[in-house]
Design a protein around this ligand. Sequence first.
Ligand SMILES: NC(=O)c1ccc[n+]([C@@H]2O[C@H](COP(=O)([O-])OP(=O)(O)OC[C@H]3O[C@@H](n4cnc5c(N)ncnc54)[C@H](OP(=O)(O)O)[C@@H]3O)[C@@H](O)[C@H]2O)c1
Length: 316
Amino acid sequence: MGGIDYLVTGAQGQLGRAVMALLQRRGLGAVGVDVQEMPLEQRAAIQAVVAAQRPRCVLHLGAITNVDGCEAEPLLACRVNGLATAWIAEAAAAAGAGLAYVSTDFVFDGRSAGVPYPVDAAPNPLSVYGLSKRLGEEAVLAHGRADFYVVRTSWVFGPGGRNFPRAILDRARSGQPLKVVTDQVGRPTMTLDLAEALVDLAEARAPGGIYHAANEGQCSWHQFAGDILRAAGLGDVVVGTQTAADHAAALVAAGKPPPAARPAWSVLDTGKLAAVRGRPLPDYRDALRRHLELDRAAAAAGDAAAGGPLRGKQYG
Ligand SMILES: NC(=O)c1ccc[n+]([C@@H]2O[C@H](COP(=O)([O-])OP(=O)(O)OC[C@H]3O[C@@H](n4cnc5c(N)ncnc54)[C@H](OP(=O)(O)O)[C@@H]3O)[C@@H](O)[C@H]2O)c1
């Protein structure tokens, strides 16, 4: 007798909740785990959970996602994001399960001169977070298995998450001045679209290896802030501009630690995934409209997730 279809790590996170809801809608059996059920620091816990659940596939989303926080705790970041992924890959291989590991555009240095990053571009992370996720990628790819995937994504937002749209709207509604960097360009990605892509990939039994999954389109954080305000009907709020260097200098001047270095350009080439699925993910502006509608509906229904505990700490 087989076990469950999917074991999902980071199931209570921003992406994890979208993935769990999708698996349920598709009638696929799933068990979601987080730090309580399967602390990623503990190899024995990982081995025990995977062996007990006997999943067909592990969707590994759990990670320390606080990009600036990772700079302060590099060993913990590398253990949870890198080493734990090696343990999950080892346990999945031993159980004969597939594995899809969600990674990040922050494995790149942003120096690709305006060309979207293909899946085989050479990683060169600038931050501890990027390095820790790259360690995880290497651990997954080292198995060379046909059912092991590294799925890189970027600038994730979704209903109920603490993410860039929410931060911008909170600031705008409280009347605080907005200053957003102009010199970082990437692809915003909605959790619901990413969840579909992730599960499609695993269900299609696509060839193993690296895939890039992001909504179509590209923008700077400054442009994205403008898109968010317009979509929310707050288009008259002024968004000031700032360079990443000025932002870092302002933090240091205020006695705060400098932020982690982020790639100035991290547009992912998603062609390989689009070929497998027969279509790209929707445009990020379409995703943003759906996201805001869902957030509004949840707020109107008094859903705790809409204004409740903030999940996720990374805006890209
Ligand atoms: N957010 C982005 O913009 C972005 C961009 C590119 C890639 N990604 C990747 O996408 C994946 C999902 O991100 P997300 O936005 O959903 O992040 P998230 O909301 O922060 O969720 C991460 C989940 O991992 C759990 N976790 C953290 N440390 C753990 C530990 N030691 N043991 C067990 N579970 C632990 C968290 O639990 P707690 O909340 O209890 O700590 C949380 O449920 C991550 O792998 C991330 O690296 C995210």
